[in-house]
Design a protein around this ligand. Structure first.
Ligand SMILES: NC(=O)c1ccc[n+]([C@@H]2O[C@H](COP(=O)([O-])OP(=O)(O)OC[C@H]3O[C@@H](n4cnc5c(N)ncnc54)[C@H](O)[C@@H]3O)[C@@H](O)[C@H]2O)c1
Ligand SMILES: [Zn+2]
Length: 448
């Protein structure tokens, strides 16, 4: 048992490296490991003794490597990416392609996406001689539960895959990717999976990080894992069929990143947002090999880059001070309370709109900046208020958040357009005052 007595015996603590020779791992003191041959692990074992016995502390760094890959025409039979985009190492790719027998792929698809693209996915695999099984599922927010995960696991098991070589593919919106990702992270303790986002929200957000999850006990994403995909394959072509409301929904997460850390992205969304929505975030046809520098390409690229910058150093969210939590303090409670009235990005926008008032109350934003952001939200067709977002709900959500925040509520707030800080000292009084003004200014007759 390790307890307080351990700290009194610090002097007795020994540190060991781990060296592998002829297939066997052994402990070595740092001096011994300098001389010896063999493979040195990054892991260490710290050993200490107290009156109660020994305590071994294992420190084993885990590395996750995953690719986020922009592709065009992902379902074109000539395009390798859907089958092999997750493999970055040419040696490994050669070995995988050279394996005997047919390549196998298990594919989970959102039911609606399947109706639109299922036949093309099937044609792709048929043309490439792949043994495949497509499982269309009703992956809606209301169905986002362990039952769907179990369903996937049963089907994967019946189909049979080699977890070292045959990743599970998930094609759909954020719900489908979250559910299939959780199933993959459970199957044989961790089976690689590949995400193919088909909504804008999943394209810029749900598919670029490590989180998987399902709703549980009335709470949003209360069960899940931090297991990134082997790869995320990004093709904006899928967005052509996405309804405008869902396109707008995705811009909410882009706006989040813009407000937190990128003024240029904010200005792009403000000026070009409505046009990008009208063109379903498509780019003009490419002339030559150059990637076009249009607003849709630029804004999605910046959204992903800024998101990855914040996620990569904190993949397991150990650090509680997270800019990416902006818009996500009260929105989970709101989204689940009114389900299915608000989409995820819509609830996030209402949260952000309220937080602008908190920032204003705290003197971080000018009235003009606040109005400019609200104007941008409206221009993107996003709601800035909802009748169900009562002061009671706000305080309940913040109190719930505080319980899981190591003693202080951490609030990312804009301190200008495209910059932010995390505040630990926003008082209940400030929240109440901000709420009263926010509600007075923004509650419109149509949302009551
Ligand atoms: N894992 C993460 O880090 C993370 C981050 C953000 C959001 N999320 C989760 O993502 C979910 C929201 O994702 P979403 O907004 O993509 O919702 P969604 O998965 O429900 O998809 C939205 C709707 O669009 C339809 N659809 C999907 N692609 C389409 C296409 N190309 N053409 C036409 N219709 C299409 C779907 O059938 C669905 O009705 C939430 O559950 C949220 O918790 C996860
Ligand atoms: Zn979100």
């Amino acid at each position: 048992m390790c307890d307080g007595s351990e700290s009194q015996n610090q002097a007795e603590q020994n540190v060991y490296n781990l060296i592998q020779t002829n297939g066997t791992w052994s402990r070595r003191s740092p001096q011994q490991s300098q001389q010896g041959e063999g493979r040195l692990s990054a892991a260490k074992i710290y050993e200490s003794r107290s009156d109660q016995g020994s305590c071994w502390t294992v420190v084993s760094p885990v590395t996750f490597t995953y690719r986020v890959l922009q592709c065009r025409d992902l379902l074109d039979e000539a395009n390798d990416a859907l089958l092999w985009g997750h493999v970055g190492d040419p040696e490994e790719l050669r070995a995988l392609k050279g394996r005997p027998g047919p390549v196998k792929r298990f594919v989970v698809m959102d039911e609606a996406v399947h109706a639109l693209y299922g036949a093309r996915v099937a044609r792709y695999f048929e043309a490439r001689g792949v043994a495949f099984r497509i499982l269309p599922l009703p992956t809606t927010e209301e169905n986002k539960s362990l039952e769907l995960v179990t369903r996937i696991l049963e089907e994967v098991h019946a189909f049979g895959i080699d977890r070292r070589a045959e990743p599970i593919l998930a094609i759909g919106g954020g719900v489908c990717l979250d559910v299939a990702g959780l199933a993959a992270s459970l199957y044989r303790r961790r089976t690689p999976y590949v995400r193919v986002p088909t909504t804008l929200l999943a394209y810029v957000d749900a598919s670029v990080g490590a989180k998987t999850g399902v709703n549980f006990a009335g709470g949003k994403n209360k069960l899940g894992s931090y297991v990134p995909p082997a790869a995320t394959l990004l093709d904006r072509g899928f967005l052509r069929s996405l309804p405008r409301r869902h396109l707008a929904n995705g811009t909410a997460e882009m706006l989040k990143m813009a407000l937190m850390k990128h003024r240029g992205l904010f200005e792009l969304l403000e000026a070009e947002g409505p046009t990008m929505l009208s063109s379903s975030f498509q780019s003009p046809d490419r002339v030559g090999a150059e990637e076009p520098a249009d607003a849709a390409t630029e804004s999605t690229r910046v959204a992903i880059e800024t998101m990855l910058e914040e996620l990569a150093p904190n993949l397991w969210e150990d650090d509680l001070d997270r800019l990416v939590d902006f818009g996500h303090l009260i929105s989970p409670e709101l989204e689940m309370t009114v389900l299915p009235a608000l989409l995820h990005g819509e609830a996030v926008t209402i949260d952000m709109s309220f937080m602008l008032s908190v920032a204003r109350e705290r003197g971080l934003l000018t009235a003009q900046q606040q109005q400019r952001v609200l104007g941008c939200m409206r221009g993107l067709g996003l709601p800035v208020h909802h009748a169900a977002c009562s002061l009671g709900l706000v305080r309940r959500a913040l109190a719930g958040r505080l319980r899981h925040s190591a003693g202080s509520l951490r609030m990312p707030l804009p301190t200008g357009l495209g910059r932010a800080e995390i505040f630990h000292d926003i008082s209940d009084e400030t929240v109440c005052e901000a709420y009263s003004k926010w509600n007075q200014e923004l509650s419109a007759p149509e949302d009551s």
